[in-house]
Design a protein around this ligand. Structure first.
Ligand code: ADP
Length: 858
């Protein structure tokens, strides 16, 4: 049964052992042969497979059996098993088959050594049984020498004795011939003995020669079986004397090479310096050693590169002359190629790293020294290259400290972990600016050829822009969502508003219908003018007044042709003015139309309002038309009456005035203060009455179209100064201040503008408490001059501001009740200013005062 425990030996260990240049057996503790060395295989002449697995003594029965002697192999093995110490058997004679004398055993001497191999547990794992026979020849020779010496000593002793005996014999010869012959016989015997001895010596020498031949044979077989190339070349031409299988295999050019010269076998090495090395070794006797040298050999017809460590060792003859060279070599091609490959892959790695589209670096050692870093990594760090290279990472990049990176790098370097991070925020001082970057990175252990970790390889991608872009998008999305919600809410509001609008529309429709009904009932004409198309339309009543067919749309000029010629221009001007945005768009005018069908005149009052678009262009002018023929007639009658009355009142008033003047003159010398006062008060009352009457006359003139505007050029400043003076004379109750004003030349009706200013001033006095200030101002604004009269009086309510300028309008309050007047002063002012194409208006705050303005074009 074979013991399979040999399986436990690793194959390479087996091979190492087997190629050892010794005679060895590896035994298990149970003495099973695990393997034997190549030399012993050769010695036994059996294949290794047949030897392995057998019990040691089963396979080597010729050895002494166990327990026989203390010096025996089995005792030695037992000793080793017991002591776990090496044990050596003293020189033992073991007779082995004689290779020269087939069938006979040959006396050989062996040195047996047992070497235990201990396992980690301390138990014996293996025993190496080694037989050293290199001593056997020497021992034999020594033994022979010992025998010879012994014989020689014996011989010397014998000779001495013989000599002594010869002496004695000679002495005895002297005494007797009988004894001489006896001595002669002994001498003869001695001679025979010497001859035998001589013969013995010669045979010993023959034996020795044969042994030497065996020894040479052994060396040859040793050389031949050596696993590395060996060659022996002799003579200056380097003729091949001996080649082992390894060198034949390496050269790979057949086996029939013995006797050829080195140059004949390896012609491709000419001019490569190899022949020269051989030549030098042969000539100088100095060995040559080459390390990792490239040798190009032709293998299978192609020149291939090999790397060898090789030696040319000179071989000396007994005279000390070089007769040949021993060439030993070790094929290190794979080793060198591996090294070159490693170097190349190192370079390739460097190139890949430097050209990598992502940031890469190698940090060596525990302090992470920056050894390799591509430009992208340098850019990521934001420092000059020289500030980073060949320095510990955190020395070049102190700003990256205390952000947890030290810990990660340490884990990779000490534990060999690979660490990946996504969008990790790292704050760095880049180009002197503190920036927060977001980086994807991988830290991998960086190893040497022996797989030891020597550093960290870092790969990083700057994803800051993606992260910020995503944040922005997220932010935008949130905003969008919020806007959406708002829109939704707005939509809901809109739909509510729409509904309201729809119901309003309905209501509007109803009220429009109602309005139309009301308009019809009120006998109002409605009209609509589109300034864009120039078309004019109106309701049935208006059509009938204008003599138009139903549904007919006409041009404005066709409509205005119906207006009495005397009024036509005035109406056209009023329409044109209302269509200017700055005018406010109001349109109100009375005029006469002549029905084209009946030729009957009709007094109408048109009032309307213009609509403007965003660019302040009029898009519509529409309104109503009221038949005021009867009203006008009434007013005419009233005006006529007022005119007649005023006129009639003027004559007696003039007489009263004259009489008062005469009375005043006559009373000038009297001391009657009552009469004097009465005359003075009467004068004031007469003046008031005169003003009233002239007011009525003016209204009457105005209404009957008899008020004429006669423009002359005059200085407005002077006019204002005059009127202020006059007023101050008659009314000393208030302080009137004329604000600084440049001389302004205007083209206007001097008396009418005087009337306007006097009216405004007397109102300011009338409607403000005594002692209050009145300010008169005059400024140029654009193409007009603007006059203002400001008081600190009662002021005017907002709702009354529009109506102030209407005929006979008065504000009825507890203050104004006792102030006399007819409400015609401001009406006259407005009409006069309108006829000058100016504007008149009031700004007032109740309880604080009012300012009346009017403008005149320059
Ligand atoms: P009268 O003064 O004769 O009543 P007006 O046409 O001059 O007529 O004025 C019309 C009304 O405007 C006055 O009754 C008065 O109520 C008001 N009014 C005019 N001027 C002033 C003013 N300066 N301050 C306050 N109210 C004024």
């Amino acid at each position: 049964m074979k013991d399979l425990s040999s399986q436990v030996l690793p194959p390479i260990a087996l091979r190492v052992f087997e190629t050892l240049p010794a005679y060895c057996v590896v035994l298990s503790p149970r003495l099973t042969i695990l393997t034997v060395s190549d030399n012993l295989v050769k010695l036994t002449g059996k294949p290794r497979n047949e030897i392995r697995g057998h019990h040691f003594f089963d396979f080597f029965p010729g050895l002494p059996a166990s327990g026989e002697k203390d010096t025996s192999i089995s005792a030695s093995l037992r000793e080793v098993l017991r002591t776990k110490q090496p044990h050596q058997i003293p020189l033992t004679r073991i007779d082995l088959p004689d290779p020269l004398n087939f069938g006979n055993l040959k006396e050989t001497y062996w040195q047996v050594i047992h070497q235990p191999v201990l396992a980690e547990t301390g138990d014996i794992a293996y025993i190496i049984h080694e037989i050293r026979n290199e001593f056997s020849d020497a021992i034999a020779a020594r033994k022979l020498l010992e025998v010879n010496e012994w014989n020689m000593r014996l011989l010397n002793g014998d000779l001495q004795q013989a000599y002594e005996e010869l002496q004695a014999s000679n002495e005895e010869l002297m005494s007797g011939n009988e004894e001489l012959s006896a001595i002669n016989e002994e001498l003869q015997q001695m001679q025979d003995e010497l001859a035998r001895l001589n013969e013995n010596l010669e045979s010993r020498i023959r034996e020795r020669t044969a042994e030497l031949a065996i020894s040479e044979q052994k060396i040859r077989s040793l050389v031949e079986s050596a696993p590395f190339p060996i060659g022996v070349y002799t003579g200056p031409e380097m003729r091949i004397e001996l080649l082992n299988q390894a060198i034949i295999d390496t050269w790979n050019r057949g086996t029939d090479l013995i006797g050829k010269t080195y140059a004949e076998v390896l012609p491709e090495l000419a001019d490569k310096g190899v022949y020269e090395h051989l030549d030098r070794v042969y000539r100088t006797g100095t060995a040559y050693h080459a390390e990792n040298e490239r040798v190009d050999l032709v293998v299978d017809g192609t020149l291939q590169s090999f790397y060898f460590n090789y030696d040319f060792t000179p071989l000396f003859d007994s005279d000390g002359h070089v007769y040949g060279i021993m060439n030993t070599a070790a094929d290190v091609t794979e080793l060198v190629n591996a090294k070159l490959q490693a170097e190349q892959s190192g370079k390739t790695l460097y190139n890949i790293m430097m050209r990598s589209p992502v940031s890469k670096c190698i940090l060596l050692g525990p302090d992470h020294t920056v050894t390799v870093a591509n430009d992208r990594m340098i850019a990521l760090w934001g420092k000059p290259r020289e500030a980073m290279m060949n320095k510990p990472l955190f020395e070049g990049l102190p700003d990256a400290k205390n952000q947890g990176l030290e810990h990660l790098l340490k884990e990779v370097f000490t534990l060999g972990k690979t660490i990946e991070a996504r969008e990790r925020a790292v704050t760095l001082l880049r180009d002197n600016k503190q920036e927060t970057l977001y980086v994807d990175f991988v830290y991998q252990p960086y190893r040497d050829a022996q797989e030891n970790i020597i550093g960290v390889m870092a790969t990083a991608i700057d994803v800051t822009s993606q992260v910020t872009a995503r944040d922005k998008v997220q932010h935008l999305n949130e905003e969008l969502a919020a806007t959406n919600e708002e829109l939704q809410a707005a939509n809901e509001e809109q739909s509510v508003a729409n509904e309201e609008l729809a119901s309003l529309n309905d209501a509007l429709k109803i009220s429009q219908d109602e309005l139309e009904l009301a308009i019809d009932a009120a006998g109002l004409g409605t009209w609509d003018f589109n300034p864009v198309t120039g078309k004019f339309s109106g309701n049935d009543l208006m059509r009938s007044w204008f003599g138009l067919q139903p549904e007919e749309q006409i041009d404005l000029s066709a409509a205005t042709s119906v207006i009495a010629e005397t009024d036509r221009k005035r109406v056209m001007d009023a329409i044109a003015r209302a269509l200017i945005y700055e005018s406010g768009g109001s349109y109100q005018i009375d005029y006469t139309i002549i029905n084209p069908l009946t030729n009957a005149p009709r007094e109408v009052r048109a009032s309307g309002k213009a609509l403007f678009d965003d660019e302040r262009r009029a898009t519509r002018l529409s309104g109503v038309l009221q038949d005021v023929t009867e009203q006008k007639k009434d007013e005419q009658r009233k005006n006529d009456f007022i005119g007649i009355v005023s006129h009639e009142l003027k004559t007696p008033l003039t007489s009263i005035k004259a009489l008062l003047q005469v009375a005043a003159m006559k009373l000038a010398k009297t001391d009657d203060t009552f009469l004097k006062g009465a005359i003075e008060k009467s004068n004031i009352q007469v003046k008031k009455m005169e003003t009233m009457i002239s007011g009525f006359l003016n209204v009457s003139r105005l209404e009957s179209g008899k008020m004429q505007i006669e423009k002359t050029g005059f200085n407005l400043q002077e006019l204002l100064t005059e009127i202020i003076k006059e007023t101050e004379i008659s009314l000393s109750t208030h302080q009137i201040q004329f604000l600084p004003c440049d001389p302004i030349e205007v083209q206007a009706d001097h008396d009418k503008i005087s009337l306007v200013v006097s009216n405004l001033l007397s109102n300011a006095v009338k409607y403000s408490p005594k002692g209050k200030r009145i300010e008169v101002g005059c400024v140029i604004t654009g193409p007009t001059v603007q006059v203002s009269v400001k008081d600190e009086g009662f002021g005017i309510k907002e709702e009354h501001k529009e109506s102030l300028f209407e005929r006979y309008f008065r504000v009825e309050t507890s203050y104004t009740r006792h102030i006399s007047g007819f409400g015609i002063g401001l009406y006259l002012c407005a009409e006069i200013i309108a006829r000058h194409h100016g504007r008149i208006w009031v700004e007032s705050t109740e309880g604080e005062g009012s300012t009346f303005f009017f403008t005149l074009p320059l």
